[in-house]
Design a protein around this ligand. Structure first.
Ligand SMILES: [Zn+2]
Ligand SMILES: [Zn+2]
Length: 140
């Protein structure tokens, strides 16, 4: 996990947003909004809408991602470079240990963009999720 701070992060995130991001970053696995709300209770973030709002903002800024199939959230593995709104991101989710590995691919992006253009599909977002067993679990 990258610990670097996004250049624009400090300015655009309020205190609550930063708390939510920090809570996400210390999780090595995807967490549900409920888990986050639970986790943040002790930090003065009590209202669930605050957490949802912060998550929405973080996702919009490319600092976090939502895994649709798990209905869970992860901090972006790239921390600062995320121009993800333009790039296709994929996640490999281990069904055994729950670990998630994020990767992006220029080729994947190119392929998806070409398809979207050809079909005149109005793309809002794309999250690619690969489900399987990670190599650590496969070896165990
Ligand atoms: Zn990312
Ligand atoms: Zn695993």
């Amino acid at each position: 996990m990258a610990g670097a701070t996004h250049p624009g992060e400090a300015k655009r995130l309020n205190e609550k947003d930063r708390l939510v991001l920090a809570a996400l970053k210390k999780c090595s696995k995807p967490v549900s909004a409920y888990d986050l709300i639970d986790d943040l209770k002790g930090h003065g973030v009590k209202a669930p809408p605050t957490v949802y709002r912060a998550l929405g903002k973080l996702i919009e800024m490319g600092l976090a991602h939502k895994l649709e199939s798990l209905n869970a959230f992860v901090a972006c593995a790239h921390g600062q470079s995320c121009a993800h709104s333009q790039e296709a991101v994929a996640f490999a989710v281990c069904e055994k240990c729950g670990s998630v590995e994020e990767f992006e691919s220029k080729e994947l992006t190119r392929t998806l963009k070409a398809w979207v253009a050809k079909k005149k599909f109005a793309l809002h977002k794309s999250t690619l999720e690969l489900r399987g067993i990670c190599c650590a679990c496969a070896d165990a």
